[in-house]
Design a protein around this ligand. Structure first.
Ligand code: CAP
Ligand code: MG
Length: 464
């Protein structure tokens, strides 16, 4: 009853370990073991697995324990999680956790419960956590993004259209000064409408590219370019560090030098760091990069969308995207239907996870939906192998509240960096003038955009 009031809900799928099935068969052994018996046994085991997930992640353990005076058993029985909606064919099920099992604003505590120990269960050989749905009380306990889509639009005086930015390639190689010169070129080439520059994830504070010098120099270029072009610019300045104190120091420095954004690698720094930076940062929007997420979220097995077998253990990007929206990042890498390393349908659903107020379940992706109440929408960053020939399709698929990041797809333009800027400017401009990309390229074969399309084509650049 009242799921959005009373429960945290998760959606999972498991595979029974063949050894567990064999063992169960042995224990139930009888002479004429029919196909029907086998199916019944597997169903029983699946039911047990689902119940074990619910128990281990809430109040239970593997054996019956002391239940006498002061044992806590009556309350544990009352508050225990329940597996429900068991799908015996797909081996999918949901778990409902009474919200009182959790401290409302404690994500590491929540995760230690709902996904804490269950991937160690020997009776299953694979498991995926597809989604989590938070109840109203938990949503209300978090701030969500400080700026979100609208706040960033105001900050950049950009009431509509997508944002575009570039991460310098090589990933590491430029000095702080060289990065600032690149910023100048990006910000001022062509019509001067190019929005942003981003640090790459592994560029932090290095011997030849000092965080503090880089931040100061690039932000100086930002200010100069704003005056020169009349357009607002931004720098996604990477302050990722093991120490939250150091990150706060870097955030203060960015703010002092007129920065608008900090960039954080939110998986490697962790949940506590993200939330602390959201609460304590001096008034910067948070751009969340998600390096390392693939080791948690990626699943190449046929069962990834429910039907078919799962081969490994994973938690979906949908779960992570919900957590980061709740804790309050303003922009998150959510993948792109055309990117070099994404699941097409999942990337499209993640955009909705980040931006819809009343998120519905998806038809293709196993999901639970979410009511977000007052939590603001987040910019979906589309990145990875994108180039000007993809921009129309990415905008068609993900809408306008997206940040399109082209690194190689700008800096690899056959006519150089300035032409790369112009190609992306053109791609964005014609999209919002409703000019089809293919028509423009055909009619204007000498433009930087047409040259980019000659070079990279229209489709995704997939890295094998
Ligand atoms: C993109 C990128 C991003 C990835 C990850 C890179 O560069 O900077 O880190 O795309 O983002 O290093 O590959 P290109 P996501 O534009 O040159 O591909 O997690 O969204 O995939
Ligand atoms: Mg990168």
């Amino acid at each position: 009853k009242n799921p959005d009031e009373n429960y945290v809900i998760t959606l999972l799928k498991v595979e029974l370990d063949p050894k567990a099935v064999k063992e169960a068969k042995y224990q139930h052994s009888k002479k004429n073991y029919t196909k029907k018996d086998k199916k019944k046994l597997k169903n029983e085991l699946f039911k047990e697995a689902a119940a074990t997930v619910a128990a281990e992640s809430s109040t239970g353990t593997w054996t019956k324990v002391y239940d006498g005076v002061d044992s806590g058993i009556p309350l544990a029985m009352k508050k225990r999680a329940m597996a429900f909606d068991l799908d015996y064919e797909k081996k999918m099920f949901k778990v409902a956790y009474p919200v009182e099992l959790f401290e409302l604003n404690n994500i590491p505590g929540l995760l230690a419960g709902v996904v804490g120990n269950i991937a160690g269960m020997k009776m299953v050989s694979a498991m995926r956590v597809y989604d989590i749905r938070f109840p109203r009380k938990m949503i209300k306990a978090f701030p969500g993004p400080k700026y979100g889509v609208e706040g960033v639009r105001k900050m950049l005086k950009k009431p509509k259209q997508c944002l575009v930015a570039t991460v310098p390639k090589p990933k590491i190689g430029r000095t702080d000064k060289e990065q600032a010169s690149l910023a100048e070129v990006l910000f001022t080439s062509g019509k001067g409408t190019y929005d942003g520059i981003k640090d790459d994830e592994n560029l932090t504070h290095l011997e030849f590219n000092d965080f503090y010098k880089r931040a100061k120099l690039v932000l100086k270029e930002q200010d100069k370019a704003e005056k020169k072009t009349g357009n607002k610019k931004f720098y996604l300045c990477n302050l990722t560090h093991s120490s939250i104190d150091e990150m706060l120091k870097r955030a203060d420095f960015i703010k002092k030098h007129n920065g608008k954004f900090m960039m954080m690698d939110v998986v490697t720094t962790g949940m506590t760091a993200v939330y602390t930076m959201r609460k304590k940062n001096p008034g910067l929007a948070i751009h969340a990069h998600r390096a390392m997420h693939g080791f948690m979220t990626r699943d190449n097995s046929p069962g990834i969308h429910g039907k078919g077998k799962l081969y490994g253990f994973s938690v979906s990007m949908i779960v992570l995207a919900k957590l980061f929206r709740l804790m309050g990042v303003d922009s998150l890498h959510g993948g792109s239907p055309l990117a070099k390393m994404e699941d097409y349908d999942e990337a499209k659903y993640i955009q909705k996870v980040l931006q819809h107020k009343n998120l519905e379940k998806d038809k293709k992706i196993p999901s639970l939906g979410q009511k977000w109440y007052d939590i603001k929408p987040v910019w979906h960053t589309a990145s990875g192998g994108l180039h000007p020939g993809d921009i129309e399709a990415v905008l068609d698929e993900l809408g306008n509240d997206i940040l399109i990041q082209c690194g190689g797809g700008l800096l690899g333009h056959p006519q150089g960096v300035e032409a790369g800027v112009m190609a992306i400017e053109e791609a964005r401009e014609i999209y919002f003038q409703n000019v089809p990309l293919r028509k423009f390229v055909k009619d204007n074969p000498e433009t930087p955009l047409a040259k980019a399309v000659d070079h990279w084509g229209y489709g995704p650049k997939i890295i094998y």
